[in-house]
Design a protein around this ligand. Sequence first.
Ligand SMILES: NC(=O)c1ccc[n+]([C@@H]2O[C@H](COP(=O)([O-])OP(=O)(O)OC[C@H]3O[C@@H](n4cnc5c(N)ncnc54)[C@H](O)[C@@H]3O)[C@@H](O)[C@H]2O)c1
Length: 266
Amino acid sequence: MNSAITHAPLSGRTALITAAGAGIGRAIALEWAARGGTVVAVDLRAEAADATALRVRELGGQAVSAGVDVTDPDTIPAMLDMALDSFGRVDALFNVAGGSLPKRVDEMADVDWYRMIDINMTSVYRCSKLVIPQFRRSGGGSIVNISSTAGLLAENRCAAYSAAKGGVLLLTKNMAMDYAADGIRVNAVCPGSTMTPRIRDYLERIPGHENMIDDLCPLRRFAEPEEIARPAIFLASDEASYITGAVLAVDGGLTAGKHFAIFDDA
Ligand SMILES: NC(=O)c1ccc[n+]([C@@H]2O[C@H](COP(=O)([O-])OP(=O)(O)OC[C@H]3O[C@@H](n4cnc5c(N)ncnc54)[C@H](O)[C@@H]3O)[C@@H](O)[C@H]2O)c1
């Protein structure tokens, strides 16, 4: 997002975004600000969150930032305090933080299993639990959880990640039911392979994998982080006022179906 802030459908709306220091979280922060919203950017790496907030301010928006580890129950309350102190309100929570570990069940240490469940799924529970009372007090709000196509279809060597991301989808639906009467909408986005700095590093380290997307995805390319951010912001906005409990695959068709090469020439 390189253009200055020009239109403001989210004016006066504050979003709290985890993992806002890079990739999809950073893109959500910049796209939210581009629509006039204010940003609370948190990340495990405080300097990365600060850089996102600085970029928002350079573009004419308002943002604050902090180092927050979503797996640490002691540090996460600070992000709500910061939002309320800075802007007096929170309208949306984007649960973006996550991480994967390419291991089968028999290869995994228990500590790795619990860490994957914690960062990908328990963090959603934890951050949502933090903001829900505030949403209730202010008459509503919106939660968008970033799951993965790995939460819809199993991926090889991704046992804990897939289990956790799949869990996020049912947690999303449960919360949607439980809080609809409070004016709180809860939805999930399942990104396909997205060209974030982490994925770029991975592809550079393991040559030959850059073309793997051609066989997996009908659109035959990686998503840009902004292409995930925009649908996530749509779900959090008033444009999606009748959408709750939804799971939106933003995956270039990756989970639409199977491709049988044998039928191409039939
Ligand atoms: N990139 C993809 O291809 C892809 C595909 C599907 C789903 N996802 C999901 O999207 C989300 C974002 O992924 P990404 O690839 O954009 O980012 P990423 O994994 O590269 O990390 C983004 C940021 O998360 C921060 N982070 C890591 N652990 C944290 C913690 N415990 N607390 C707070 N912040 C933490 C990092 O410091 C980093 O700045 C994740 O939940 C990921 O599982 C990504």
